[in-house]
Design a protein around this ligand. Structure first.
Ligand SMILES: [Zn+2]
Length: 170
């Protein structure tokens, strides 16, 4: 989990945890500003993140590109992910991320699903992206591996849930 926000971004008072709407469906513990004149609340809403199951056609058949972010252990692999720019449609964002992170020209071939990733306070929006070209890694990645479609195995959290749904529907 992320460490909680410590100070009010409006008046710099130390924030406190407060149970709001106790006993109702909206009951939540929120970080709030105890300064009566301010009363700022940290809603801590999830951040949308786009993710791509990137498929490339090779002579040996279809392959899915898994990637490793900088700083990840050698055995961790995931999907290309990224944040939306203000006003950007998620489909445009996922194609842009595939271009930036893999150097591949892609197109959205289908929507896979939305996935809650509470540990990172993210909402993952996953697409199947068909791409072509030679991979050229962007700044945020340290490695990639093309995995034959029939050998692709989902992992049980985050973008792995999108991989599982992608495989189920093939
Ligand atoms: Zn405040």
């Amino acid at each position: 989990m992320r460490s909680p926000l410590a100070y009010c971004p409006v008046c710099a008072t130390a924030l406190v945890d407060r149970l709001l709407h106790a006993g109702t469906a909206e009951e939540r513990t929120r970080r709030v500003c105890p300064n009566q004149a301010c009363g700022w609340t940290h809603w801590d809403n999830p951040v949308p993140v786009v993710a791509a199951v990137v498929e490339i056609a090779t002579e040996a058949g279809a392959k899915i590109i898994l990637v490793q972010n900088r700083g990840w252990p050698d055995n961790w692999w995931g999907l290309v992910t990224g944040f939306l720019e203000r006003g950007e449609h998620p489909e445009a964002a996922v194609v842009r991320e595939v271009q930036e992170e893999l150097g591949l020209a892609g197109r959205v071939a289908g929507f896979i699903g939305h996935y809650d990733y509470a540990d990172m306070n993210q909402l993952i929006i996953a697409y199947h992206v068909v791409a072509e070209g030679e991979v050229a890694l962007g700044d945020e990645l340290q490695a990639f591996k093309p995995v034959p479609l029939e050998k692709l195995k989902p992992w049980p959290f985050a973008t792995g849930l999108a991989v599982a749904d992608f495989l189920k529907r093939r």
